[in-house]
Structure formats: C-alpha cells, structure tokens
Design a protein around this ligand. Structure first.
Ligand code: OOB
Length: 551
C-alpha cells in the first residue's frame, strides 16, 4: 500500500510493547467516536451558530460524505489537502476521511499558493478542500489553478453556497449533507489502526513544513493521554478557535478528544474576543485552547467588559509559544476556571501542567510529558551529554505517539532524528526538580510569531528571489503582542534600493501566507559572520535589539 512508503515505523519490539501495555489500542479514531455515538445518539456533538448536529446526525453525515467521496472516485489512501475555516463541515469531512481511509493533509487557513502547491506536490494529493471565498481571498480560483498546474490534483471540493460552486468542482456543503432516503451505502472496511490517519504539518525548522504521518494507534494515544489530564467528559463543551487542523485543537485532546469523550464541540472561525466571549456564554463552553497572543486579547477584553460571560469555563489551555509568567498570572487572577500550559509539537510529545498543580507551577512552567511512556533527554548541544537538573539543554524525545521520522524527507530526518529514533525538538528547556519544563529558547532557526512557527530559512529563500537582495537573514524581533515578529536583514546589490513595502508586496504576489511577510526590513552593508563563516544570527539579534526603541 502506498501509505507505507516514506514512513519510518517504530521498531517492532517497541510496537509490540506499546500494544501489550494498551498504549496502542488497535482501534481507529472513528471506531471510538462511533462507539460513543451509539451510546448517546441524541446528544449534541457539534454546535455552532449555523446549526447543531447530534451524534446520530454527525455520523450520518460523515458516513454519507465518505460514501459520496468514494463514489466520486476518491479511494482509501488518497490524500486530500484540507484548508477549511473552523465550522461543522470541517468536522464532517474529517470523520468521513477517518472512516474511509482517505488521508487529510492539514493545511492552515492562512496558507496561499506557495504553501498549498508544495503540500499538494509533496503529498501527491488527488483532492483539495477549501472555502469558495474567505476574507477577500478567492480560494476557488487558486484551487482551480492548482488543479491545472500540479500533476496529481483532480478533485476540488469547495465550501460555500452549492449553487455558487463551479461546475467541474464538488460542493462540499452538498457532500456533507444528510443522507438522502434512497442513497446507497458503500461498504468500506475500517482502516487498519496501525495505518496513517492524518498528516500534520511541522512548524518547519528549515524550508517548507514537513508532513508528519500520524497513525490511528499513535494519535488515539496522543488524544487519550492528553484527555486524562484535562478532565474531559460527556459534559465537556470544547470551543475550537485555533485552526482545527493544528495538532493542539485537533488532538490535544481537542475536538477528537471531546468526541471520543461524548462531549460537544463548538467550532468558531476566529478567536476575536467579543465573538469568543459570546460563544462561551451561549454554548456553556467548559474547555478551550489558545496561543498566548490570543489570550492577551481575551485578557484585555475581560478587563474592560468583565469575565462574567466566561463563568462556564473550567479549563483554558494555553500553548504554541511561550506564555510569559506575567500573562499567566493575569490569566489565573482574571479568568474563571483553571489555566493549563501546554508545550507540544506536531511531531508528538505533549507536555502539560496538571489541573491540580500548585499555582506557581501552572504560572511558571510549561508542564511535563502527558504519558508515562514518553522518553525525554535534555542534552548539552556541544557535548551531547545530558545536562544536570536545572541546566538548560536541547530537548530530545521518543515515545508511543512521537513518530520516528517525517514523511518522505530523508534529509530532514537525518537532521531532526538521531539514528536511534530520538526527535531533536530544537527547543532549549530547563527541567525543574519536580520534572516540569521551562522553555527557555530555541536552537533551531525559527521565528514564533504569535504561535505560528516560521522557518527563517524559508523567509531567506524567498528574499533571494528579489533582484535587489545579495544576502538575506531573517531573525526574530521581540514583540509585546505576538511574542516575536519577522525582521529581515538584507545586503543589497550595488545601485539597488529596497523598502519593506516592496518586500511585502512581492511576498504577497508570490502567494506566501501573510503571517510570513517580514514586519521589518533592515538594509545593511554587511552581515556579521561567525568564526566558521556562517551568518551570525545571535549578533544580528543583538544589533536589532540595540536599534529598537527601549520598551
Ligand atoms: C504546537 O505545535 P507546533 O508543531 O505548531 O509547534 C511546536 C513548537 C515547539 O517545538 C516549540 O518550539 C513551540 O512550538 N511551542 C512552545 C510551546 N508550545 C509549543 N514554546 C514555548 N511554550 C509552549 N507552551 O505548537 C503545539 C502542539 C500541540 C499542543 C500545543 C502546541
């Protein structure tokens, strides 16, 4: 089968051990959801402004959607790039994929031609699901362009008014509709639990994001182990405002965890404070997840309008980027419910603070591994030796839900995984005596802009396309709101000029996601170099700090 190619399996003895310990249950994500649905068919599974779907209705639609995709010509093991805003259609399509074995590749709503073309090519996707039109962007036109100009793309599924969907594409809303009375059922076997369930995207340390193939076995483990620490139950109402294809709201424990627990998910297309507060109040939300930059806007809103609308909230998970201690303390004092810090990665390992941890741990640390079988090592980058407790070092990890390699990326694997299967996270952490991590920095060359991980190398490669640019280096610029922003240093060719506006316009024209557009441009005569002749990013960051107004 094609989905086996490009994967790095866990060693057979370990796989056997994970099965024996019950960490790998041998069940698919959809089997677990179907089991729950059978027990409480009339309970709301999805609730949003547009509609409420009970478990029975959700499953009916998911099965019908799967059947329709198969009848249209898609097959198990085909890949579909999914770029949808948060909404009920995302949930129906996801379950349809999990049931049929069509494999979703989780693109982000902010991705544009540059990223989507790469994802389609790399995953050899036969299908792409996108909205017709969203926030002034014509996704339909881009999807059709990609179908014409990529080798594998055949099916375009468009979300929105079915009567507005072009003829040679499929209307997602119709695919996701309830089954017609006389509509035929297609017999499909449940996928193999050890097979791939979804492809997640890495934050991307170099160049473009890598694909991470997550199996049913490993992702069920991810969901179950994180759910244990989050007090999920059948009365959970989970609000998803982060893009639902991201690991955090998808499976930590996120929407999948909530459905497996028999709760209700509330998808919301934006984390805008007013809309978020209204949704929490209207649906009685108990759990939600956010990145620090978003939480800061919620805190500001709460300090003007009060936090009464949030009284149903029990757990607020915050992660994706370092939550400053001061912000964490404000969350604890201003918002109802418990704060839970989550330090996770699409590659696997999820760390969380526990709901009954003392407040200083919840405020001052990013938590500890979700699962007893998670293995971690913290090493000195130069010597490769483990550091003493309390010393900063590079975090390496292995475990039952941390795959042993990226999908079909031998070079990236050689860089990011050790020969004995440890994932080199690139995060610099300190472990406290009680075992919690404090994330103190990164060794990988990444910019974390409000929780969006941006590869400096990708920005540099793009900058080199500009005629004026002779040398380029992208570095993180500290920012009160987003944590970090993108600063591009450039040495120009003689007689050339370059303004930030030109750079941003060019990135826009190339179809690069907006969050990657440089926020600042520094043109310099030369770039500082390290002793071995590499561009000295540390010196650049210092240069940048010195040129910024003191805050
Ligand atoms: C989550 O996943 P990714 O894959 O988008 O990004 C992972 C990287 C980590 O390696 C780390 O550099 C950073 O994002 N990160 C944090 C953090 N959580 C993630 N840095 C500091 N503090 C935190 N709490 O971002 C992700 C996946 C699942 C759950 C939560 C976050």
């Amino acid at each position: 089968m094609r989905s086996v190619e490009g994967l790095t399996p866990w060693p057979a003895e370990l796989a056997a051990l994970y099965r024996e310990k019950g960490l790998w249950e041998g069940r698919t994500l959809m089997e677990l959801i179907e089991e729950r649905a059978a027990a409480r068919p009339d309970h709301p599974a999805v609730a949003c402004d547009a509609m409420t779907l009970t478990y029975a209705q959700l499953l009916d639609r998911a099965h019908a959607c799967g059947d329709r995709m198969l009848r249209a010509g898609l097959r198990a093991d085909d890949r579909i790039v999914v770029q949808l805003p948060n909404g009920w259609q995302f949930v129906v399509l996801l379950l349809a994929c999990l049931r049929t074995g069509i494999l979703p590749v989780m693109a982000l709503p902010a991705h544009r031609e540059h990223e989507l073309r790469y994802l389609v090519d790399h995953a050899e996707a036969r299908a792409l699901a996108a909205p017709l039109h969203l926030r002034d962007f014509d996704h339909a036109a881009l999807a059709m362009k990609l179908r014409e100009t990529t080798e594998t793309l055949e099916f375009v599924l468009l979300q929105g008014d079915p009567s507005a969907v072009p003829e040679d594409t499929l209307a997602l809303d119709s695919l996701c509709a309830a089954r017609a009375r006389d509509e035929e059922h297609v017999a499909v076997p449940q996928p193999d639990p050890s097979a791939v369930a979804v492809f997640l995207l890495s934050g991307g340390t170099t160049g473009m994001p890598k694909l991470i193939a997550r199996t049913h076995d490993d992702y069920v483990c991810n969901v179950r182990e994180t759910a244990r620490h989050t007090a999920l139950g059948d009365d959970t109402v989970y609000l998803g405002t982060l893009p639902l294809g991201h690991n955090f709201p998808l499976g930590c424990p996120g929407i999948l965890g909530t459905l497996i627990a028999g709760g209700t998910i509330v998808p919301l297309a934006s984390p805008h404070p007013e809309r978020t507060f209204a949704a929490i109040e209207r649906f009685g939300v108990t759990h939600t997840a956010a990145v620090p930059a978003v939480v800061a806007t919620w805190l500001d809103h709460a300090s003007t309008v009060g936090a009464e609308q949030l009284s149903s909230l029990r757990v607020l998970q915050v992660g994706g980027a370092r939550l400053a201690d001061e912000l964490a303390a404000r969350v604890v004092s201003l918002l109802p419910g418990r704060l839970q810090q989550v330090f996770g990665m699409a590659e696997g390992l999820i760390n969380l603070t526990r709901l009954d941890d003392p407040v200083e741990i919840v405020i001052g640390t990013q938590g500890r591994p979700a699962c007893a079988a998670d293995e971690v090592r913290i090493i000195n980058e130069e010597s490769g030796q483990e550091v003493a407790v309390g010393e900063p070092g590079l975090l390496l990890t292995r475990g039952p839900y941390t795959p042993r390699g990226y999908y079909n990326a031998p070079e990236a694997n050689a860089r990011s995984f050790t020969p004995d299967g440890w994932y080199i996270s690139g995060d610099i952490v300190v472990q406290t005596p009680e075992g919690n991590f404090v994330v103190s920095g990164r060794s990988k060359d990444m910019i974390n802009r409000g929780g969006e991980n941006i590869s400096a190398e990708e920005i540099e490669n793009l900058a080199y396309r500009l005629e004026a640019v002779r040398l380029a280096a992208a570095v993180a610029m500290p920012d009160a709101q987003l944590g970090e922003r993108v600063c591009l240093f450039a040495v120009l060719h003689d007689e050339h000029v370059l303004e930030l506006e030109h750079v941003r316009n060019a990135f826009q024209e190339w179809g690069v996601a907006a969050y990657k557009h440089p926020d600042r441009l520094e043109t310099v005569d030369e770039l500082p170099l390290t002793k071995v002749g590499k561009i000295d990013k540390k010196a650049l960051r210092e240069l940048l700090l010195a040129s910024l107004p003191a805050s």
